[in-house]
Design a protein around this ligand. Structure first.
Ligand code: KG4
Ligand code: ZN
Length: 395
């Protein structure tokens, strides 16, 4: 089955064609990052307008890149929620129009359930494009994939996929949650952030340091040169039993530190800036890993998938791999600091950030399994769509 997927939940206009729920034939992402950069965060109104401007081009490009016409497509899928309502509506209505015109099944997909499905995708090396526009919606730039050094395409095809059930850690600009994944799209939230999402904390900390947007990749690069023990930032909720996260206290702790030391003296001294980035990142990673360990143990799961934009973070990727190695060496010992997954999946970075391949991939299972179909052309976007909703996953 060939599915055309469309994703417009936030600030990426994306379309992809995926065969059999797994093979990514094309994956086009039109990033609006330069539209929002001057504001240090996503401006919803501007995001909707940019989606309207770009959606037709992006879908057309995804089909052309896959070497297919619309007549070859078996189903159209779009993100229904969660996300910014004005952004979601653009992709969903575009998908509805295509489904109506071509008499195709329409499949509504849950954005987080799709992120949690992303480890199952096998990208063809030539399938990826990331595009950027300037603030005026100007010239189209096409960036061909550079490869992110995770594995060769061949390895990815051969690589075993997660077996259900597994633990999913979804970390991005809009959400931070731990979920038990039972089947494609069938997930149960175990814990989530009580305030800021992790990526949001990265972006806000970068903003208060006067760094570029999005802040995650910038702080990640600086952190590589810094000392993670230089400043002891808090690890909120780490002593409590809950699987929830909290990042706003950490952000405030960074703000207080900056006020104490002085922004200029940090910005003028590269070592200070790198130490601060590394110390902030260490607090984030510790918090994420601590709750992940508890969730693995409590749910008796030994497989972990880490997905979403923040899963691109080099420090987090390294720490997760180290956690897995330590757990393997400890061979089932129960001490808290050696707990970890037996199996770990972190998708290539191009599939961690928002994309439509994950939407098309999950839609394959929702359409071909016994789960619900969404041919209903009155379907509306749902900005707060709960992950547990039965309509979100295959039964
Ligand atoms: O999944 P995503 O593309 O969009 C949402 O659904 O939110 O995630 C975007 C977020 C941004 O907050 C960005 O700063 C963060 O992911 N991010 C990173 C890195 N790359 C992207 N955070 C930390 N380290 C990175 N390398
Ligand atoms: Zn996302």
């Amino acid at each position: 089955m060939l599915v055309l997927g469309i994703e417009t939940s936030c600030d990426e206009t994306a379309a992809a064609v995926v065969r059999g729920g797994r093979t990514v034939l094309s994956n086009v992402v039109w990033s609006q990052v330069r539209v929002h950069a001057p504001y240090g965060g996503v401006v919803p109104e501007l995001a909707s307008r940019a989606h309207v401007r770009n959606i037709a081009t992006v879908v057309d490009l995804a089909l052309r890149r896959a070497g297919l016409g619309l007549e070859a497509i078996d189903a159209v899928a779009a993100t229904r929620g969660p996300g910014l309502v004005g952004s979601l509506l653009v992709g969903l209505e575009f998908a509805k129009s295509l489904a109506f015109a071509r008499r195709l099944p329409l499949i509504a997909v849950h954005h987080i359930a799709a992120h949690l499905y992303s480890p199952f995708l096998s990208p063809r090396a030539e399938a990826h494009e990331v595009m950027a526009i300037d603030a005026a919606g100007g010239p189209l730039e096409i960036h061909e994939p550079s490869g992110d050094g995770d594995a060769t395409t061949r390895d990815r095809y051969r690589a075993p996929r997660p077996r259900y059930p597994y633990l999913g850690l979804a970390v991005s600009g809009g959400h931070s949650s731990l979920a038990r994944v039972e089947a494609p799209g069938r997930c149960r939230t175990l814990g989530e952030t009580r305030d800021d999402a992790v990526g949001e904390a990265y972006d806000k900390v970068a903003k208060l340091l006067g760094l570029d947007y999005p802040g995650g990749p910038v702080l990640d690069r600086l952190a590589r040169e810094g000392d993670p023990t230089a400043i002891r930032f808090p690890r909120p909720l780490s002593k409590q039993k809950t699987l929830d996260f909290s990042f706003s206290g950490l952000k405030t702790a960074v703000l207080l530190h900056v006020e104490k030391v002085g922004l200029e003296s940090i910005r003028e001294d590269r070592k200070r800036l790198c130490d601060l980035a590394a110390s902030f990142q260490a607090a984030v990673i510790d918090s994420l890993l601590a709750k992940t360990r508890v969730a693995l143990e409590r749910e008796r799961l030994d497989s972990l998938a880490v997905v979403g934009g923040v899963a691109c973070n080099s420090g987090l990727r390294k720490a997760l791999r180290a956690m897995k190695r330590r757990a393997a060496r400890a061979g089932g010992a129960e001490a808290e600091d050696v707990l970890g997954p037996k199996r770990l999946w972190i998708p290539p970075t191009v599939l961690c950030t928002d994309n439509a391949a994950m939407i098309a991939g999950l839609a394959h299972h929702l359409a071909s399994g016994s789960g619900p179909r969404h041919n209903d052309l009155t379907l509306n976007a749902d900005p707060g769509w709960p992950l547990e909703d039965k309509a979100a996953g295959a039964s």
